[in-house]
Design a protein around this ligand. Structure first.
Ligand code: HEC
Length: 253
């Protein structure tokens, strides 16, 4: 029985190390933050449609630190000492306090007009961070902006922590598949909490406004981690985060 369990873990381990901590190397497509079910959400307001208890259960205090401090299974932290647990929480709180994401866009546009949108994100512990351009600041219900009629034109421009343009993420798209994605992973991120060195990136999207006049909302979702990839190789840890930018209201006439 024990052997079977161990063999199962061995099978799982490379997947866990490769996939979730380190972002999602293979999901090179449009998506929304609903995919990050294991991540904690920065605010309960991101889940306004849920009963308040259920929304509260998604914030770091409950979902992450609650599990870190839980003395029994299924907590993946039970083997740690109380000091180690409190250290995880202390560092995660410092990382969260420094995390930010913003979006810049014109406030008013003509139907079908072209514009440039800039998303700036900073925070987390690397080795990657990701941003998504979505229609609302809603953890489970936001959609890629294209769903509300914003056409992303061509490959977004991605700049990493070093300020240099990087194309590694979009280069993974299959030949012939469009590179105009709303979901971008920004890699090559260094992190040093003591030096306040946090992952960073800027994504510039060229978009075409919807054809139907109206008031449209838009936000950037930012996904990052708070433990490190080695510690959280056990992928059930809710140490990932979802943070939204301000929700913009753009008038299209
Ligand atoms: C099985 C749980 C789980 C799911 C589902 C999940 N993540 Fe994560 N994610 C994690 C964990 C654990 C980390 C590591 C956080 C850390 O460093 O503490 C993480 C970290 C990240 C990071 C930061 C990289 C890092 O290593 O810190 C990004 C970006 C990310 N996830 C994106 C996504 C996206 C996009 C999705 C949906 C397609 C997703 N995640 C789904 C568990 C998950």
């Amino acid at each position: 029985m024990k052997m079977a369990a161990a063999a199962f873990l061995v099978l799982l381990a490379p997947v866990a190390v490769f996939a979730y901590p380190n972002g999602t190397p293979n999901y090179v497509t449009d998506t929304g933050p609903f995919c990050a079910s294991c991540h904690s959400a920065a605010k309960a307001e991101y889940m306004a449609e849920l009963p308040s208890e259920a929304a509260r259960a998604e914030v770091p205090e409950v979902k992450h630190y609650g599990l870190v401090r839980m003395p029994t299974p299924p907590s993946p932290y039970i083997e740690l000492s109380d000091e180690d647990k409190e250290e995880i929480i202390r560092e995660a709180k410092l990382i969260d306090a420094s995390a930010s994401v913003s979006i810049e866009a014109p406030k008013k546009m003509k139907a079908g007009q072209e514009a440039t949108l800039t998303v700036k994100a900073r925070g987390g512990n690397g080795p990657v961070i990701c941003v998504m351009l979505v229609d609302r600041a809603s953890r489970f219900q936001s959609r890629p902006v294209a769903s509300s009629g914003w056409f992303i034109q061509g490959a977004p421009e991605v700049r990493g922590q070093d300020g240099k343009a990087q194309t590694g993420w979009l280069d993974k798209r299959a030949d012939g598949a469009g590179r105009n994605l709303n979901y971008i992973t920004i890699s090559g991120q260094r992190f040093d909490l003591d030096k306040k060195l946090f992952p960073e990136g800027i994504v510039t999207y060229r978009v075409k406004a919807p054809q139907s006049p109206g008031v449209y909302t838009m936000a950037a979702a930012f996904l990052y981690g708070t433990e490190n990839a080695v510690n959280s190789a056990f992928f059930q840890r809710p140490s990932g985060r979802i943070l939204f930018s301000e929700e913009l209201r753009i008038e299209v006439e």
